[in-house]
Design a protein around this ligand. Structure first.
Ligand SMILES: Cc1ncc(COP(=O)(O)O)c(C=O)c1O
Length: 389
């Protein structure tokens, strides 16, 4: 079999060894408590499921959907953006539903990147930003996100020649994995930078509704000029606990939205319609669960941060996302420290280097773990720390 060489260009999957170790320990009957996965543990709100069930019984929804999504869904997305961010979108030209935002993120690279082309990608970052670029034959140019710079890229540090050559820049706030946030002032700088260097911007914003302490994250689309040069990816996954249903959206620049539509219409046949109707209900119906969920996550955040602090793992207090980006003690790599926690405490976390080389020295812990397991996990961490002193 002669597989395409592009597969060899994908960086090694860093979690392989750790996942194997978790599987071995589990097979031996060990109880592993996982802080590793960013997947809401709370169920999809029941009114959304009710709508999905009703729609599933309608034979009209048993047939192929359109790639462009139901007009009603595009309209509901546009209304949600207007209500939540005051952003006006044309539902037919500036909105495209996706089979989860990851799907659109991966395919967007095909709209811009030709062999050898550059995309500016944050490091650390959500892997599909750079994986999409690599699969399209391009090269990511990594913009380090440093704690000293509040995990924002320093545009001034990007050589002019690189910025001129690059076609696309990826950004993501509130940020996975660092939990960092960005204000409209930062987005304005990003738009200026992109205009100066003729870059398109893809901003990924699935965590705008997961926020704490009264903070309301903005949308990149609120920035003057954003629609001229960019799009925003969003998702129902984190907002409505719908990761398993696979539905998201891209909004913004009509040409970019159309380019992605053209790629997608040749590769997929849209989102099952019952799920689209569920999304319409999610976007238009009661939003009460958001405040409840955020209160639960905030309580978990504060408890876990206290324990991490007690055991010497320093972390900033995230204002949004359900991630804690904790600094590990000196003398370990992220991978070694992750293995140590797994072997000695039965705790799984994600090594920072899974998100890029700048993730070295960090681990990511997710708050999407039930309260019971969180309590058990925290007790284990404290006991492990006492034992290792
Ligand atoms: C930054 C970021 N973007 C996109 C996604 C994917 O979301 P979806 O479920 O919509 O594909 C995730 C999921 O973890 C994420 O962290």
């Amino acid at each position: 079999m002669d597989l395409a060489k592009r597969l060899n260009r994908l960086p090694p999957y860093l979690f392989v060894e750790i996942n194997q170790r978790i599987a071995e320990l589990k097979a031996r009957g060990e109880d592993i408590i996982s802080f590793a996965i960013g997947d809401p543990d709370l169920p999809t709100p029941s009114h959304i499921i009710e709508h999905m069930c009703q729609a599933a019984h309608d034979p009209a929804n048993h047939r192929y959907p359109e790639t462009a999504g139901l007009p009603e869904l595009r309209q509901a997305i546009a209304e949600w953006y207007e209500r939540r961010f005051g952003v006006n979108l044309n539902p037919d030209k500036e909105v495209l539903p996706l089979i989860g935002s990851k799907e659109g993120i991966g395919h967007m690279a095909l709209c811009f990147i030709e062999p050898g082309d550059l995309a500016l990608v944050p490091d650390p970052s959500y892997p599909p930003f750079f994986m999409g670029t690599i699969l399209a034959g391009g090269r990511p140019y990594f913009m380090p996100l440093k704690e000293a710079n509040d995990f924002l890229p320093d545009f001034k540090a990007i050589p002019g020649k690189i910025a001129d050559k690059a076609k696309l820049m990826w950004l993501n706030y509130p940020n996975n994995p660092t939990g960092a946030i960005a204000g409209l002032d930062f987005f304005e700088k990003a738009v200026d930078f992109a205009q100066k260097h003729d870059l398109a911007i893809c901003h990924d914003a699935p965590y705008t509704e997961v926020a704490f302490d009264g903070y309301k994250p903005p949308s990149f689309m609120q920035t003057a000029g954003a629609k001229k040069i960019g799009v925003e990816f969003h998702s129902l996954s984190k907002t409505y606990h719908m990761t398993g249903w696979r539905i998201g959206m891209v909004v913004g620049n009509a040409d970019m939205v159309d380019a992605l539509f053209r790629v997608k219409s040749n590769l997929d046949s849209g989102i099952p319609q019952a799920i689209q109707y569920a999304a319409v209900e999610a976007l238009r119906g009661s939003q009460e669960h958001t405040a409840e969920r955020n209160a639960i996550l905030q309580r978990r955040r504060d408890k876990l941060l206290k324990v991490l602090n007690e055991i010497g793992l320093k972390a900033r207090i995230p204002k949004a996302t359900f991630y804690i980006w904790a600094k590990i003690p000196q003398g370990y790599t992220s991978i070694d420290f992750t293995k140590k926690l797994l072997d000695e405490a039965g705790i799984a976390v994600t090594p920072g280097t899974g998100y890029g080389k700048e993730g070295e020295g960090y681990i990511r812990l997710s708050l999407t773990i039930s309260d019971d397991r969180l309590e058990q996990g925290m007790s284990r961490l404290l006991a492990w720390h006492r034992r290792s002193k």
